[in-house]
Design a protein around this ligand. Structure first.
Ligand code: R5P
Length: 302
């Protein structure tokens, strides 16, 4: 049985189709005091500890596993996930699998100063308490998987990013805005598949949450179409700075692509003003720009 968090309903449905497993109907309510209640009436709760176990919708047979698909894009989404996990455990399913298409707080993977938490570890511990297995898609650093107590697997979905790109890119260059994402740019180049395509990366220094400085690479982009690839576009500062540098150098068309199109605040406007022709992302975060689904990549791990 596939159970969706409120923010991941399209991806959960796509995953259910891929796996040919039933999709449960979760309900997301809020009490007058603001507290959330996410529940799954389809998990026929026979009393958990009484050992009767959950029953599979449609077939009325005992549910082997509950696969909870929930991108933790907000504090509410985190809470909701904990409730869905608990509901599944309470219903007595034999395995609770937690799929975090996008893991919120993953970029806070170290303490920034004395007295600071390691927030990624804190949320991983909470999520670990009621699950047998965790899958997450292209985390900022794969090492974040070590923060979970049960086995946690990072799924690389970068190859899917080539799918929505136009077929007629002119002498393309695949760039990453920093050294950390060069593997991702190379994967997109390889998946684009015409055998050509240079890759390179910029140097990035982040001055604040919204201010970054990009130093261009030596690659000649004059008149060439460029794809800038990154794991996530959050405020859009990194991408818009990178695209600005490209525009000063007489680039052809510019496309930006990322696994996680968080696109917070005015990110879309920033990118548009920078001259980006199109923004592509996956459905790890469900946005208008989610041009491609990671459901097949997740299904392959299940
Ligand atoms: C950081 O190293 C990541 O790979 C992204 O480049 C970064 O998180 C994007 O954030 P923003 O869109 O806010 O610049």
């Amino acid at each position: 049985m596939i159970i969706s968090g409120a923010a991941s309903q399209a991806l959960a449905a796509a995953l259910a189709r891929e796996l040919e497993e039933p999709l449960a109907r979760a309900e997301y309510d809020r009490f007058p005091d603001g507290e959330l209640l996410a529940a799954v009436p389809d998990l026929a709760d026979s009393g958990g500890d009484s050992g009767k176990g959950g029953e599979d919708i449609n077939t009325n047979t005992k549910t082997d596993r509950a696969i909870i698909v929930a991108s933790t894009i907000s504090s509410d989404a985190h809470l909701e996930l904990l409730q869905l996990q608990d509901a599944a455990r309470e219903a007595g399913v034999s395995e609770v699998v937690t799929v975090l298409p996008y893991m919120g707080y993953a970029r806070q993977d170290k303490a920034f100063d004395a007295g600071h938490p390691i927030s990624a570890r804190a949320v991983a511990r909470a999520i670990s308490s009621t699950t047998d297995r965790v899958l997450t898609v292209t985390p900022h650093e794969e090492a974040v998987c070590e923060f979970f107590e049960p086995t946690a697997t990072a799924i690389d979905a970068a190859d899917r990013l080539a799918e929505p790109l136009p077929d007629d890119l002119t002498d393309p260059v695949f760039l990453s805005p920093d050294a950390g994402a060069i593997d991702l740019a190379e994967t997109v180049r390889d998946a684009y598949g015409d055998g050509s395509g240079e890759t390179d990366y910029f140097e990035k220094v982040r001055h604040s949450g919204t201010e970054v400085e990009i130093t261009p690479s030596d690659v000649d982009v004059t008149g060439r179409d460029v794809v800038v690839a990154d794991d996530i576009i959050a405020t859009g500062s990194t991408m818009s700075e990178a695209v600005g540098v490209l525009q000063e150098r007489g680039v052809g068309r510019v496309f930006v692509t990322c696994v996680h199109p968080l696109l917070a605040s005015n990110a879309v406007t920033k990118l548009s003003q920078a001259g980006v022709e199109a923004i592509y992302g996956t459905d790890t975060i469900e946005r208008q720009q989610s041009a491609v689904s990671v459901a097949p990549s997740i299904a392959a791990e299940l």
